[in-house]
Design a protein around this ligand. Sequence first.
Ligand code: ADP
Ligand code: MG
Length: 701
Amino acid sequence: MFASNLDTPLVYLKGVGPKRAELLQKELGISTYEQLLNHYPFRYIDRTRFYKINELNEDLPLVQVVGRITSKEIIGEKHKKRIIAKFTDDTGTMELVWFQSLKWVEDNLMRGSLYIAFGKPNLFNNSFSISHPDLEPYPRQTGITGNLTLHPIYHTSEKMKKSFLDSKGIQRLIHHIIELHINEVRETLPQYILKKYKLISRKEALIHIHFPANANQLQHAERRLKFEELFFIQLQLLHNKQLRSLKFKGALFNTVGERVNTFYNTMLPFDLTNAQKRVIKEIRLDTQKGSQMNRLIQGDVGSGKTVVALISMLLANDNGYQACMMAPTEILARQHYQSLVDLLKGELIKVAILTGNTTKKQRVILHQELEAGEIDILVGTHALIEDKVKFKNLGLVVIDEQHRFGVEQRAKLWRKNNIPPHILVMTATPIPRTLAMTLYGDLDVSVIDELPVGRKPIETKHLYEGQRLRMFGFMKQEIAKGRQVYIVYPLIKESEKLDLLNLEAGIEQIRYQFPLPDYQISIVHGQLKNVDKQYEMNRFIEGKSQIMVATTVIEVGVNVPNASVMIIENAERFGLSQLHQLRGRVGRGAEQSFCILMSGNKLSANSKTRLETMVKTNNGFEISEIDLQLRGPGDITGTQQSGVLELKMANLAKDQIILQEARNTVIDIFEKDPMVELPENILLKNYLQKRSRAIALDKIS
Ligand code: ADP
Ligand code: MG
């Protein structure tokens, strides 16, 4: 009836009726034997350790105690009714308490017998108790669950617990499946890979992940399942990449022509760094291959990505193609537009801008010019993606700040031309290698790992609230030298009201310290209308105000080289990568720049580490690695919307080595067997076919 017994709906499993089947589906999204088998414990408790009653304390998590039930009585009325049993060992007495299943407890627990009670000890009226303990006769029975030293704990929910689908209930179901069907589990990895990396079979791994006899067994099971998980993600990513390069022809940028040469020789105001040169070379090679380029440029803030993008776009122009550059916000798009116009001194090519604020009238003209091929470079926001926007011959798309654009939007851009345009993605948020490999594993990656010469590293200091006057004094000193200062406040949605109060109080204090007419202050926050925001920003950009007080709206992109001091208020409330981004707003000119992190006096250990990291290093990659360790992959910028990272087993912060092994293995496979045709790879071929069928079905429905 089903392709394999493991595809059987859970409702057919002993112990699961329609009600529990529905619960499992609703609460965990699990509906077949196989899916339940793949519902792994989220932790294990060491059950080799037994506690004596006089060793208990309230800080202990789950413990097990061996003792005898010496008495049990029902007390209370109706819904307050409960059973309290006295439980005694040779060091003392504690209580076991049940509020539910009283009848079962009453009928089954025997006074005088030895039991192992397992649960969380609570202190109440000077004596310890465990509510709803797991009880089993002592000594423990052997058998698949009986001799476990590591006790698996499964995710469940309150609703499930009410239907006896607590961790133990789930374990019982999984036990049934393993007993009856474990021999039907199919291997997913080719034998030669298992051998090479000394991985255990899938079947063994599943038994041991649920019922590990010891820590060593568990470790092998975890390693196998992590490898498998990461391997198949890499297989899919690199397969997609392979297909794209076979399927999509790319525009050929064979000539370095007049525009690139003129710009490079007569307009570029500085020498490129070696890193910039290297990346441009990589782009040159990519765009002469005849296949579509999909390249990610990772470069720290201030590493000079814009000019790399510009030269690439000029290269497109030289070869008869248009180019566009897309930014996530209006402000950023305007800044990019301005930078390009400045760099090009308004000559050489025609650059235009399109954003949500472009008027209808302007749009009509713009659309015409674009289709006629009169515009060489179009800069803009999401507005660029709209279907109405048609190019004559789009050859290159540059996307700044990738993490705000989804894969779907990227794909929409491809369709803007018969031959999909080359794609250059730029991200100013360095991300850890493991994340890059997983999130952007289908892109080629270039890294600009060098700042322009002469940049002085930003000096970062952490000051406590009590040192605020020192901070104001420092500001005055720098403003007197002609510099400009940012002061940034956190603004977090849930407490927006409080934050605004905070901001207003802050502004009042700043105004007091920096009175008119000597000091001008620009204030920018999310509640302002766009025009007002723009007006205030411009005052600062033009040097008419010395201080910019802002919420995090300035986070990305603004470029004011004369601004050399960044003050971050409540710095402990920002994440590391955000702090780093904010700091990157300064240090763009020739002057020594400073970043001051203001914080409250009491800091959590985690906040302290973050602030210390900021003081210690300016290196975005280093910071991103620490960020990953502190927060785990789920919270790193840009990963939230990516399903790729819903890993069941592997952890990108901890499993770097396994990930690298998995990726290398896949790279080797495609090198040896590009179409995945060798008999030894038959399992992989089947996997990819199954996936592409699933994706195709998904698109149809
Ligand atoms: P980001 O990588 O953060 O986008 P930008 O492209 O905005 O950095 O560059 C930051 C600043 O550095 C700009 O003012 C830019 O003109 C300047 N810049 C870029 N490359 C160089 C270089 N090789 N030498 C000197 N200054 C440079
Ligand atoms: Mg930039």
